[in-house]
Design a binder for this molecule. Structure first.
Ligand SMILES: Cc1cc2nc3c(=O)[nH]c(=O)nc-3n(C[C@H](O)[C@H](O)[C@H](O)COP(=O)(O)O)c2cc1C
Length: 313
């Protein structure tokens, strides 16, 4: 199982606490994207700006092993950052072709590039011969239409990609609606590279369903499901946690709060971070939405922390 990249959530602080609490439960994480336009200078000069912090090996000691993800389409920047990441020790990088944010997609980045297979080919033609790490990609079915993926597949098949992760939604859907499993089933046999499935796996039964319906899928990538239920990867692996589950989850949430307090610089950012995680974490606890929302209304860090601790077992 692979942890999905989630900007602001599955960053190094989360990955380290997760690995500490559930060692080995998640084999690999794709990092939230590093944006090419922001990282070029630091990659070129070797100056370690905070933008590379999330992937620096020294910061990732004790973390889930990672594959850094990049977002952008400028070939020279792609090569510069990719090769800088290789120097840092990463043998594979992942290209984000799925980000649905309008500002991003409007510039033919993320899912915005999916309708333009010729642009993808031009980028890969320039990048692949120069890029030292191997490349995997993460795609949606299209930006606006699912036909887009079918025009893109012959292009992807012309390059030695390590894997293709498919999140079977359109960019314009953002996270609404359901993953389109029928179209995913048509895409799967057409791709030459090993295919990883991503989207809406929130229970062990969901994971089983994907494996049974699509036996060719080599791995699952899970994002929100792990934040809604941190013990999901163990449940998918077959662990029966009935007695321990609530104490494992409570310990994990406590450790996240401790690390946010220890590592996030100012009080305003700390409270914002805690609430950002709390919006997802509370679903793993036997509490009502009303109780969870009460925490979000509080403005003082000490009160937020106390309220969360009181809701833990
Ligand atoms: C808050 C948030 C941030 C995300 N950031 C990224 C990102 O940096 N790179 C990326 O490829 N996908 C990103 N995604 C998409 C997820 O990786 C994943 O494809 C999506 O959440 C569907 O999988 P899930 O249902 O298992 O969560 C993000 C999703 C969310 C909700």
């Amino acid at each position: 199982m692979i942890l999905a990249p989630m900007q602001g959530l599955t960053e190094v602080l989360f990955r380290r606490v997760y690995e500490e609490c559930f060692p080995g439960a998640i084999a690999l994480a794709i990092t939230p994207f590093l944006s090419l336009t922001h990282n070029l200078e630091s990659a070129r000069s070797g100056i370690r700006t905070s933008l590379l912090d999330d992937v620096l090996p020294e910061n990732n000691e004790g973390s889930i092993p990672i594959i850094p993800q990049i977002l952008g389409k400028e070939p020279n920047e792609f090569i510069t950052l990719g090769n800088r990441l290789y120097e840092l020790g990463y043998k594979e990088i992942n290209w984000n072709m799925g980000c649905p944010m309008r500002k991003v997609a409007a510039k033919h980045r993320g899912s915005g590039i999916l309708p333009y297979p010729d642009e993808v080919r031009a980028i890969l033609d320039k990048v692949m011969p120069e890029l030292k790490p191997s490349l995997s990609v993460k795609v949606r079915l299209g930006l606006k239409e699912k036909d887009e993926i079918f025009r893109l597949i012959p292009v992807l098949n012309d390059y030695p990609l390590t894997s293709v992760t498919v999140h079977p939604r359109l960019g314009r859907q953002q996270y609404g609606g359901h993953p389109d499993l029928d179209t995913f089933g048509q895409v799967l046999p057409l791709l030459k590279a090993p295919v990883i499935y991503n989207g809406d796996i929130v229970t062990a039964a969901d994971a089983r369903h994907i494996h049974e319906r699509f036996p060719q899928v080599v791995d699952l990538m899970i994002g929100r499901g792990v934040l809604y239920n941190p013990t999901l990867p163990m449940e998918i692996a077959g662990a029966s946690l009935t007695d321990q589950r609530s104490s494992l989850v409570s310990h994990f949430i406590r450790r996240m709060m401790e690390e946010i307090n220890a590592r996030v610089p100012n009080e305003e950012t700390r409270i914002h971070k805690m609430k950002e995680y709390w919006c997802l974490f509370w679903k793993s606890l036997p509490i009502s939405e009303m109780q969870a929302r009460a925490v979000l209304r509080e403005e003082k860090l000490t009160i937020v922390e106390k309220m969360i601790c009181d809701l833990l077992q």
